[in-house]
Structure formats: C-alpha cells, structure tokens
Design a protein around this ligand. Sequence first.
Ligand SMILES: Cc1cc2nc3c(=O)[nH]c(=O)nc-3n(C[C@H](O)[C@H](O)[C@H](O)COP(=O)(O)OP(=O)(O)OC[C@H]3O[C@@H](n4cnc5c(N)ncnc54)[C@H](O)[C@@H]3O)c2cc1C
Length: 473
Amino acid sequence: MADISFDIVIIGSGPGGYVTAIRAAQLGFKTAMVERDYLGGICLNWGCIPTKALLRSADVFHMMTHAKDYGLSAKDIAYDAGAVVKRSRGVSKRLSDGVAFLMKKNKVQVIWGEAAIDAPGKITVKASKSEAPKGALGAGSYQAKHIIVATGARPRVLPGIEPDKKLVWTYFEAMVPDKMPKSLLVIGSGAIGVEFASFYRTLGSDVTIVEVLPQILPVEDTEIATFARKQFEKQGIKIMTGAKVTKLDRKADSVTATIDDGKGGTQQLTVERVISAVGVTGNIENLGLEKLGVKTDRGTIVIDGMCRTNVPGIYAIGDVAGPPMLAHKAEHEGVICVEAIKGLHPHAMDKNLIPGCTYCNPQVASVGLTEAAAKAKGIEIRVGRFPFAGNGKAIALGEDQGLIKVIFDKKTGALIGAHMVGAEVTELIQGYVIAMNLETTEEELMHTIFPHPTLSEMMKEAVLDAYGRVLNM
Ligand SMILES: Cc1cc2nc3c(=O)[nH]c(=O)nc-3n(C[C@H](O)[C@H](O)[C@H](O)COP(=O)(O)OP(=O)(O)OC[C@H]3O[C@@H](n4cnc5c(N)ncnc54)[C@H](O)[C@@H]3O)c2cc1C
C-alpha cells in the first residue's frame, strides 16, 4: 500500500479535475489526480465530446440528403449506425488518451481507483475494476494538504421512469445504441434531451419530446426557445410542453408511456425506446462527506466563491459543486480554486457570464440574462434582433433560419444578455461573452469592425437594431 504526500489531490479527472491538476502543477504544487473509470470524466467519454461526434455524423448525413439544394447529387445515402458510434467512441478515446499525455507532461501523478476522504489531508483509494493507465499509482492511503472534490454528476432518476439500460436509456445507452429506434420518446428538453432528439430525428427516428415546463430548453430566452421549437417541429419532432410522463409499461421490445398532457387529459404513446434526460445529480456519496460535516444541498456540495467547502482543506468544483453543470464552468472553477490556494486572489466566478450551448439543429447559444429575467429584475432594457435571413453568409450557406437577440441595460448601455439560434451560433456566442466580460457598451460594439461575409456580422446588426440603426433589414 502506497502512502505518499501531495500538496493537492483532486478526486475526479473530468474537465474540472484534469484542468485543475494542470493549473496546480503550473503553480508549483505537487499534484495528484484520482480517477476510478475514464480519464477525462463524463465530458470526454460520455458527454460533451462523444455527443458532438454523433451530431457531426448526423449533420453530414443531413447535408448529403440535401445535396440537391446545393446543385449536387448524392445517391444511395445511408448510414451505418455501428460505424457512427465507433467514430464517436474513437474521438472520445483519442481525447481521453490526450489527458493521460497531459498529466505526464505536467508531472501530475495519476492515482487509479475510488477515493474517499478519511479526514482533511488524508484519502484512501480503493482499487477500481477498470484498467489503469500506464504509470498510475494504485490503491492505498495518500496525504494531501488540499483535497479538491471534482467527482461530477450522474443521471437523475425519477420514480416511475427509472432507466433500465435496455428500453429506457440514460445518456450512456443513448450514446451507444444497440439499434436505431424507429420511434423514440425523450423525457426532458434540456440540452442533453434536445441534442439526442436532434441526432435520432436526423437519422430517421420518429421522435417525441415531453417537457414538464411550459417551454423546451427551459433555461433559454423564450423567444429563442420558441424559434427552435418551430424548427424542430418542421423537422417532424413532436413536442409536448407542460406535460408529464407518469408511467412506463415495458414490453419485450417497446415501451408504452402514459403522459399527463397538463390540460386534464392523458395520452398513451408506444415507442421502441425512451431516453430519460431529466437532469443530473452530483456524485456526493461514499466520499466521507457526511462524516466530515461537509455541507451539501440537494445533491451538490456547497462552496464559496473560491470553491472552499465549510471544512478547511476540502474544496469542490464542477458538476458536484452545483449548476450550471457545464464543462467550461468546471474548468474555470478549478483554476479559481487552485489560484486561491496559491494566494493569487482570483476573481470569484460570475455565473451570469457562463455561456450555454446546445448543439442541436439549429444550434442554440446564450449568455447573461434572458429578456424575462432582466424584466423580473426591474432593469429597463433595449432589445435588438437580427434574423439569419438578412445575412449574406447565412444565405450562401443555405442556413437562413435563425435569430440573434441582444439585451442592453437602457440606462448604462451595458450588454446584459445575448441569445442565439441558428447555424454555428455555438461558435459565435463567445464574441458576446468577451464583450460582457470586458463590460463593453453599445458604443464600443457599434464601433467594432466585423469581417464580411460572416455570420458574425449579425452580432453587430442585432446591436445596431437595439439602437434603431440596423443596416441590412
Ligand atoms: C450527454 C451529455 C452531453 C453534454 N454536453 C455538454 C456540452 O456540450 N458542453 C458542456 O459544457 N457540458 C456538457 N455536458 C456536461 C459536462 O459533461 C459536465 O458538466 C462535465 O463533465 C463536468 O465536469 P466535472 O469535471 O465536474 O465532472 P465529470 O466530467 O463528471 O468527471 C468526474 C469524474 O470523477 C470520477 N469520480 C467520481 N467519483 C470518484 C471517486 N470517488 N474516486 C475517483 N474518481 C471518481 C468519475 O469517474 C468521473 O470520471 C454534457 C453532459 C452529458 C451527460
């Protein structure tokens, strides 16, 4: 049994854990990172990355089936589901191997196994069944001046609609389907649900989404979510909002869902497969947190602006430290956490500046306040909009369906929210994130030169629209 001391030990190797480990090593800390399953965590292995690889295959398939729109012809268009999944798994493997390389390069020691905290400064690692990367330390007791919990999250399970891996999937099974279902029910219309709905619909499944809240993509601006909904419905996705799946009857190769339609009626829907995408909950169990008195709240660890828990020497970052449960939030929290430990006085995370992206077709991206949230805060606002139909590049791409919307504080001219739906908006949103981070005003945005022809020109047009100066509409 090993008994080794480190300055910092991070539990979990997701985007939160591994980025934290690299930054800690850069700051001169003797660092180790414990992982029990896959280097790179959910994000690289079962989340952000493999879904984007699947969606890329769906996009290429979509383009091929629309070849005629571009003056091209493509015959015998088909897909091989096994090959699509294989590509996605290969992309994940490549990135997971990349994490092993980065740990080596930065002299971060990987410890392979399941960690629990015995006391501040002390952890025990139990052996894991999965294969350890070369050079990793194994089970044993380890000392660390600072312990950072980055254990991520897992699918939330709702009573009555428990996943069973065969007929009722979580994102794990949905990413490696045993077959392409002819019909699919997606419960929940957050980013994960909508991305899978988009993927399966593009490849031909008959898809129904049931969402308990009044709008799909519940965290997004209502106008943008409504726009996206119309596009999904045009593609043939059936959507029920304000509705609830109350029961699932499982047969040999199908499931019948009972749906409370929220209007006093119930409906039955029989599908081949169901995806439960009703959110995630933090991995806070079996870490010794209760024994140590670490405060938790509804399945996540409570932290302050520097990622400290209420117990000195124990920190938490990423999904396990609460929403928004996004990879870039996890990474940034990790950097704040170790820089604070080093005494560098980093800024605490401003959650209002965390962008959110959904990679469905059309894509959705946003940062800052929605129109409703700004109004609820009593802020007097100016709103600008620009449709993709007014942009030369969008039309040239054959992507004229989309909308960019910006929200300014009328009094100060500060950009307080930006919301987008349409092609490549997940790449565009960062322009507004930088602008908001630099506390940019409308004046500066209107004086910024955007290259032509690009989709980004719409970002300027939306700003001009907010001030009655739109050019191309
Ligand atoms: C289908 C899907 C798609 C997603 N798409 C996006 C996206 O496009 N963009 C985005 O920003 N986010 C996306 N997310 C969310 C993103 O994956 C998470 O926010 C991110 O992975 C959180 O990172 P993390 O480091 O906190 O935890 P994780 O990535 O969950 O990593 C935690 C790691 O800790 C390990 N672990 C847990 N307990 C222990 C223990 N006791 N001992 C040792 N190891 C342990 C786990 O095995 C895991 O590897 C998606 C999620 C899903 C499920």
